[in-house]
Design a protein around this ligand. Structure first.
Ligand code: AOS
Ligand code: ZN
Ligand code: ZN
Length: 389
């Protein structure tokens, strides 16, 4: 039997972090379809994120991306953090960018030229300075580094440069700060990627120390990869720092989490629950781009999709499951898991929201709020996010 009160309590405390770049215009390399009313500044991105938190109650932090969210002045970032706080938000992970400058054609911290490596590491160190100012706990690192052709560069030397650069940044981390290393199978490099998989990320994080952990972006694996196994393993080793949630049909599609494969999301969340990962130490971040759909409603829907998968995972009758597993009852064990997955948790989540003093239907609450009309009327010349530029 599952304890419904405990399930509800867990759902009320789960926090999903939304990415600043999802609020701006983004697209593919073919076309960016500009939407009206999108934010013109980092502060306006936070204003939109506050709407998502207001209707869901579980999206209190926002990930920033530097330089897309760069602000000027000595107090720029403390001021931004204050803006967030005034709206009931906090600033979340600081995402670095070592992929947009011409200098990075052959890589950033793995580049063969030490001058370029210096520039990349300096940027990462600057991101830690920003974390000090914003109160952010996490530095999220994703490297586009890699090669396109066999022989182009020395695979092992690139790993050495990576280790050296990461170590310098790791040494700069303060108390309560972490480094979250994200892996990605391919793109933009197509022959080798310097952090292509969880094993490489894990090996570097293990060497670096306890403040270095791995990020699992759900769109960064080969088709058919058993992501929940990776999650279970990383949690077991104390190395799961967080998720970049999104959905994929083909590659790094960055579609709404839970849209393409809600069953996979459930299986992932079950391993999170099973591994005790439903705590503040695992960051549940979204990493998505909303290219053709309305952005704020899509982000609200994504947060709800994470909640639904979490609710189902929490509903798994762990006692009955363990019994069936020990008895070797293959079909029985599978049935326990499927029973939870096939439960319609929407009434439960409506109850949870009602108990939190929220509208049980966040999408409808947002539509009624008038925010969408307000931003279209007030914001002219909205900003493009970095993606799809
Ligand atoms: C890139 O493919 C990665 O998913 C990154 O996590 C992310 O989208 C980017 O760094 C935005 O900050
Ligand atoms: Zn990502
Ligand atoms: Zn990605």
């Amino acid at each position: 039997m599952t304890d419904l009160a405990a399930v509800k309590a867990a759902l009320k405390t789960q926090a999903v972090e939304t990415p600043s770049w999802a609020y701006g215009n983004s697209g593919t390399r073919f076309k960016v379809f500009a939407q009206q009313g999108v934010p013109r500044s980092p502060k306006e991105k936070l204003d939109d994120a506050a709407q998502v938190h207001a209707v869901t109650g579980v999206a209190p932090t926002v990930a920033l991306h530097i330089p897309w969210d760069k602000v000027d002045g000595p107090d720029g970032y403390t001021d931004l953090a204050k803006h967030a706080e005034e709206r009931g938000l906090r600033l979340g992970a600081i995402n670095s960018n070592t992929f947009q400058d011409d200098d990075y054609r052959l890589g950033s911290i793995c580049h063969p030229d030490a001058t370029v490596r210096r520039k990349a590491v300096d940027h990462l160190l600057e991101c830690v300075d920003i974390m000090d100012a914003t109160g952010s706990a996490d530095l999220k690192l994703w490297f586009a580094d890699g090669t396109n052709y066999p022989g182009q560069d020395d695979i092992r030397a690139r790993q050495d440069r990576l280790a050296e650069g990461l170590a310098e940044v790791y040494a700069r981390l303060g108390e309560g700060q972490r480094m979250l290393l994200e892996y990605k199978l391919f793109e933009p490099s197509f022959y080798t990627t310097d952090v292509p998989d969880w094993g490489t990320a894990y090996a570097h994080c293990l060497k670096l120390g306890p403040k270095a952990q791995v990020v699992v972006d759900t769109g960064h694996h080969a088709p058919g990869t058993n992501i929940e196994f990776i999650v279970a393993t990383l949690l077991r080793e104390g190395k799961l720092g967080g998720f970049d949630f999104n959905s994929r049909f083909y590659a790094d599609d960055d579609l709404m989490v839970g849209a393409a494969d809600p069953f996979q999301l459930f299986r992932i969340m079950y391993e999170v629950v099973r591994g005790g990962g439903l705590t503040a130490e695992v960051a549940f971040m979204l990493d998505q781009c909303h290219n053709i759909e309305s952005k704020i409603p899509a982000i609200i829907r994504s947060v709800m999709n994470v909640q639904e998968a979490t609710a189902k995972a929490l509903l798994v009758d762990r006692g009955a499951l363990a019994q069936a597993q020990v008895a070797g009852d293959v079909l029985g064990a599978n049935a326990v898991l499927m029973d939870a997955y096939n439960t319609d948790v929407r009434p439960l989540l409506r109850e949870v929201r009602d108990e939190m003093g929220l509208d049980p239907d966040p999408v409808a609450a947002y539509a009624r709020s008038g925010w969408a009309e307000k931003i279209v009327a007030e914001r002219v010349g909205g900003q493009q996010a970095g993606w799809g530029a």
